[in-house]
Design a binder for this molecule. Structure first.
Ligand code: SAM
Length: 210
C-alpha cells in the first residue's frame, strides 16, 4: 500500500461560501486550470496563497507571465475568484494571467512538469508544536524538489513572521545543500501578515536560488 502523505494544511473549508462564490467555483475555476500552459511563457508559482492578495499584485506587475496559485483552503480560492472577476463573473483583463490549483501543491507538482522563474511561499503554516513538526511543508526534501523545478535563474522566495520556523527552514536548506541569500525586502502585506499571529516585529525573508 502507498504511504499516505502527511497533511501540511489546516482546513479545507471555512465559513459557508456565498451563492456567487459557489457559481465562480463551478464555472470559472475549471477555466483557469494551470494545466496545458502556453509554451515559452515565464511561469511563477505561489504556494498557499491564502486569499490571494499577493498573487493579484504580481499578476498586475507581470502581465506577460503566468501566475499559478495552489491553495487547498476552498474559501481562499473563492475569495481570489471574487476579487479577479467582474459583476458578469468574467475574469478582469488585469488578472487574465492567473491560474488556480485549488488543492495541495504537491499534487500539482506531480501532475505538471512546468519550471518556475519564481516560487513564492508567504507565511507557510508554522505548526509550532513539536508534535506537529512533521506537518511543516518546507522540509529539506520538499525544498530540494522545489529547487529542481526552478528555471536557470529561478528563485524561491520565502517569508514568515514565525522566527523559529524561519531558523528551522534555514537549517533545512543547509541539510539539502541549497544556495541561499537573505534579501532586503520590504514587508509584503498579506492577510496572514496583518494577523501577525507570531507577534514578531516583522517577517523575515529568505531566497533559495538555482
Ligand atoms: C498561514 S496561511 C498563509 C496564507 C497567505 N500566504 C497569507 O500570507 O495570507 C498558509 C496557507 O498555506 C496553505 N497550505 C498549507 N499546505 C499547503 C500545501 N501543501 N499546498 C498548498 N497550500 C498549502 C494553507 O491552506 C494556508 O492557506
Amino acid at each position: 500500500m502507498e504511504k499516505q502523505e502527511i497533511r501540511t494544511f489546516g482546513r479545507r473549508h471555512g465559513k459557508k461560501l456565498s451563492a456567487r462564490q459557489n457559481i465562480l467555483i463551478k464555472t470559472v475555476l475549471p477555466t483557469i486550470s494551470p494545466m496545458n500552459l502556453p509554451a515559452n511563457t515565464g511561469i511563477i508559482l505561489e504556494i498557499g496563497f491564502g486569499a490571494g492578495e499577493h498573487m493579484r499584485e504580481i499578476a498586475r506587475q507581470m502581465p506577460g507571465k503566468i501566475i499559478i496559485g495552489a491553495e487547498p483552503f476552498i474559501n481562499g480560492a473563492a475569495s481570489l475568484l471574487s476579487a479577479i472577476t467582474n459583476e458578469s463573473n468574467v475574469v478582469r483583463d488585469e488578472y487574465k494571467n492567473i491560474r488556480i490549483f485549488a488543492d495541495d501543491v504537491r499534487d500539482f507538482l506531480r501532475a505538471s512538469d512546468s519550471k518556475f522563474e519564481q516560487i513564492w511561499i508567504l507565511h507557510p503554516d508554522p505548526w509550532p508544536k513539536a508534535r506537529h513538526e512533521k506537518r511543516r511543508l518546507l522540509n529539506s526534501e520538499f525544498l530540494s524538489l522545489l529547487a529542481s523545478r526552478l528555471t536557470p535563474d529561478g528563485e524561491i522566495i520565502i517569508g514568515t513572521d514565525h522566527w523559529e520556523y524561519y531558523e528551522w527552514i534555514l537549517a533545512q536548506t543547509q541539510i539539502a545543500k541549497l544556495k541561499t541569500k537573505i534579501p532586503d525586502l520590504e514587508t509584503i502585506h498579506t492577510r496572514y501578515q496583518h494577523k501577525n499571529m507570531a507577534g514578531t516585529i516583522a517577517p523575515k525573508y529568505l531566497i533559495i536560488h538555482a
